[in-house]
Write a new protein. Structure first.
Length: 97
């Protein structure tokens, strides 16, 4: 069983939440076994779940791959107080080869 490793290109990026930017090293990751992962029933395998808190906002990150071609995916959800507009972005320019 091989533990999943956060790809270096993702681990070197930055997440933006509102006007705040933080290094992805600030994310607390929980990893699953890369060989089994957690299948959503449609071939999307979750290998890692991360959590990041910035001020009064919490960001939940999901990292994994598509089983048919092993393409990685990264998704996130921002939880913010009611009535507050918030957004989250990831600076992919920092992780280009």
């Amino acid at each position: 069983m091989t533990p999943f490793v956060i790809p270096p290109r993702i681990s070197s990026g930055r997440f933006g939440v509102g006007d705040d930017w933080v290094s992805s090293n600030s994310v607390e990751w929980k990893h699953r076994d890369a060989a089994t992962g957690l299948d959503n029933g449609e071939g999307m395998i979750t290998t890692s779940i991360g959590r990041l808190t910035i001020g009064d906002r919490t960001v939940q990150l999901v990292l994994g791959y598509r089983s048919e071609d092993m393409l990685p995916f990264l998704s996130w959800t921002v939880f913010a107080p009611a009535g507050e507009n918030s957004w989250c972005s990831f600076n992919f320019e920092e992780v280009q080869q």
